[in-house]
Design a protein around this ligand. Structure first.
Ligand code: HEC
Length: 500
């Protein structure tokens, strides 16, 4: 960002007339803000507040709209007149686009920041006696409504700006023919001297980075006090090394960084390594720790046939865009949602449903928190009927849309191929088991007053999945009445008799 803004040094006056520069300068500034906010959000306590809230939405949109969108707009305003050998149809409209767009982004970001921090604080607010201040999730949602309207206005303004740009560019191109122009380009051949790539790879900055990297890595493996020592050494070496390197730089000699920038392939390779290090540090523990070792695997049963079907409904409808399945180890989360999530909770989930945004509450322990099938039956069809103020969409169609139990064995085989331990018998009996579980849920629904419930519907499958959430232990057996009427059906999910 600093490099970009300094490139404009001495040319700031051009910013007034040239819309292209306006977009670039604003784009680079938004880039700076977003990339400052990124590391800020990576601090544990900041993340604790911001994660799952609209703050993240504001953050990514400052990048997407402000940086990427504005840089793209600047490039369009630059390229289209060049390609058609014409002047831009209306610089005034382009300026208008700039101001409308910038105002739109600011409304968007500010509203999402306020919404995110509000929601984060409301989720964690507790009373003197330790109870949650805002026990109802809808209460936190309602507090955000004005912010959502502001976001809508901001986003619309941004879109209007883009439409104005489209008009402007079309008018520029209209009636014109693409030109084969000739442009003089100055190539400063001798600026970057040819050096062998080894010289660059073994350059002082790389060696320094490696040494500091090893010292930082050491803080992770040694115990407390030694870790502090290593961290201090790392900071000292990094600071002194950087200062030393800049003093050692001879006047007139091309700097290491400039040399590197001149070698596209090498630059890409080193950048890729730098980017991958973080990913590798996150990936290796996940790949080496076996969830089965963490949880006592013998107790964990994969989803029953109907639950597999219900989970597919959950995936297809995109419920994970509003609901997380990950309870973090914080008092206010466990108070609201139940026990902290463990690896065992999602060890048979392919793909996992941890989610990244909570527009609605976390569902990982829904089967324990909210075990009434009737409530879910009504809530899924018309959320506002049971949760006034909810913004969850109604899924009335699920009550009548059929599912084909004949598909389930193939799905279970697919899951088995990625490691879910279904037995041949379980797959063989999947259809009958799904029918039995669905009949059980319908019987319960009918007894509770939902006379129109149908067993082979998406809604009943989904409810079986929701009821299972949070119960990683042996799957519950079908209701006794149903098992008695269909004696040939084995309770597939629970081969360990007396395992409870
Ligand atoms: C637009 C966001 C949104 C989508 C999409 C969404 N929900 Fe919700 N959901 C909410 C909100 C907000 C609430 C809290 C208010 C309420 O109870 O309706 C909620 C509540 C719930 C609850 C009750 C949680 C509790 O308090 O115990 C369940 C269960 C649920 N949703 C399931 C689903 C399923 C299944 C889907 C997909 C078919 C889905 N939701 C899709 C927003 C959403």
């Amino acid at each position: 960002m600093i490099n970009g803004l300094f490139t404009l040094r001495g040319a700031w006056d051009k910013l007034r007339e040239d819309p292209v520069l306006k977009f670039f300068a604003a784009g680079v500034t938004f880039y700076g803000m977003a990339t400052f906010e990124g590391p800020l959000l990576s601090i544990k306590s900041v993340s604790a507040l911001a994660h799952y809230t609209d703050w993240i939405i504001g953050h990514v949109h400052s990048g997407a709209l402000g940086w990427n969108g504005f840089m793209a707009a600047g490039m369009f305003y630059f390229l289209v007149p060049k390609l058609y050998g014409r002047k831009l149809y209306s610089p005034r409209l382009a300026n208008m686009h700039f101001y409308v767009g910038t105002f739109g982004i600011i409304l968007y970001m500010a509203s999402m920041w306020v919404a995110g921090i509000t929601q984060g604080l409301m989720w964690r607010a507790t009373n003197a006696d330790g109870s949650l201040t805002y026990e109802s999730f809808v209460e936190t949602l309602l507090a955000l409504q004005p912010m959502y309207w502001t976001r809508l206005v901001g986003g619309t303004l941004y879109l209007v700006g883009m439409i104005v740009m489209l008009y402007n560019l079309l008018m520029t191109a209209r009636g014109a023919r693409a030109t084969d122009g000739v442009v003089d380009v100055v190539v400063e051949r001798d600026l970057v001297p040819a050096v062998p790539w080894r010289t660059i790879v073994l350059g002082k900055p790389v060696v320094l980075t490696l040494v500091v990297g090893v010292l930082v890595g050491a803080t992770a493996v040694v115990n407390g006090y030694a870790g502090t020592l290593f961290a201090l050494t790392a900071v000292t070496v990094a600071t002194l090394g950087a200062v030393g390197a800049s003093f050692a730089q001879e006047d007139g000699k091309t700097s290491w960084h400039r040399l590197l920038e001149g070698r596209a392939l090498l630059f890409t390779a080193l950048t890729a390594i730098a980017v991958l290090i973080g990913g590798i540090c996150e990936l290796i523990p996940v790949l080496t720790i076996k969830p089965a070792e963490v949880a006592n695997a013998s107790d964990i049963q994969p989803y029953r046939a109907l639950e597999v079907e219900g989970r597919d409904v959950y995936l297809r409808e995109g419920c994970y865009t509003c609901h997380s399945q990950m309870i973090r180890p914080m008092v206010h989360e466990t108070k609201r949602y139940g026990d902290v999530s463990t690896m065992a909770d999602s060890m048979y989930d392919h793909p996992f449903q941890w989610g990244s945004k909570r527009t609605g509450p976390d569902l990982s322990r829904e089967g324990i928190r909210n075990p009434s099938v009737l409530w879910h039956y009504q809530h899924m069809r018309d959320p506002r009927a049971v949760s006034p103020g909810s913004n969850m969409p109604p899924y009335e169609h699920m009550a009548t849309s059929r599912v084909d139990f004949a598909d389930i064995p193939a799905k279970m085989r697919a899951l088995r191929s990625v490691g879910v331990p279904y037995t041949a018998a379980q797959i063989h009996e999947a259809q009958a088991d799904a029918q039995a579980q669905a009949d059980g849920i319908v019987a319960e629904l009918k007894a509770a007053g939902a006379g129109d419930a149908q067993p082979d519907t998406q809604l009943v499958a989904l409810i079986s999945y929701l009821m299972r959430l949070g119960k990683v232990g042996p799957a519950p057996k079908p209701a006794p009445a149903v098992a008695a009427s269909k004696p040939e059906v084995a309770p597939v999910g629970a081969p360990h008799e007396g395992g409870h």
